[in-house]
Design a protein around this ligand. Structure first.
Ligand code: URA
Length: 201
């Protein structure tokens, strides 16, 4: 068993083990691993896709533009940030270099599946009352199969073991909507999804 396969007894131990992860090749180019963040007793766990450029540099999840938007909408929904554990399906930033920029690349199924080991350990340690899967990568990881957001949104799903899960869009999708009215509709729906999840806590 390698260091990266030891079952962690605390979030700090888990972060240490994650830092040594070589389960897929993404560690080779990322600056560092980005573990989940939040209180061990958080009632809600929110799962995104993977760290972005800002998160990769900071070593913390959801600190870039999508994270800032997420924080705003969470506050609008009246959900205390301290009660939310935020994490990603994939813990290293996947990108393609383009000049001085690093362009986000979607993790593939193999990378998602290899990284699920860490998400599983976060789930065991935090044992939230509810999960929110934001976007297709989070859904792929949590369900272990591909599925569209539109086919799962609006219902309460249960993972093996019975943990309730709400499926919603990823906030980076809202950042890409150009039309103001459409963006507002998307934002309202996302906020309602988060509230729905919080209602299950
Ligand atoms: N997008 C994600 O899915 N996760 C982050 O941490 C940042 C952006």
């Amino acid at each position: 068993m390698s260091t990266a396969e030891i079952e962690a007894g605390s979030l700090a131990e888990l972060a240490q083990a994650e830092a040594a992860c070589t389960r897929c090749p993404l560690y080779l180019h990322a600056t560092q691993v980005v573990p989940g963040e939040g209180h061990r007793q958080a009632r809600m766990m929110v799962v995104g896709e993977q760290p972005g450029d800002k998160e990769d540099l900071a070593g913390r999840p959801f600190v870039g533009p999508a994270g800032q938007l997420f924080d705003q909408i969470l506050a609008e929904a009246g959900i205390p940030r301290g009660q939310v554990f935020v994490t990603n399906a994939v813990k290293h930033f996947k990108f393609a270099p383009r000049g001085k920029r690093r362009l986000h690349r979607r993790p593939n199924a193999g990378e998602i599946d290899r990284c699920k080991w860490w998400l599983g350990q976060e789930l065991k340690l935090v044992a939230p009352a509810v999960l929110v899967a934001m976007g297709a990568t989070a859904v792929r990881s949590l369900l272990g199969r591909p599925a569209t957001i539109s086919s799962l949104r609006g219902e309460i799903r249960r993972l093996e073991g019975g943990m309730p899960m709400i499926v919603t869009i990823h906030p980076s999708w809202l950042l890409r909507i150009r039309d103001a009215a459409e963006r507002e509709t998307g934002r309202r729906r996302f906020r309602a999804d988060l509230k729905r999840g919080w209602g299950l806590v």
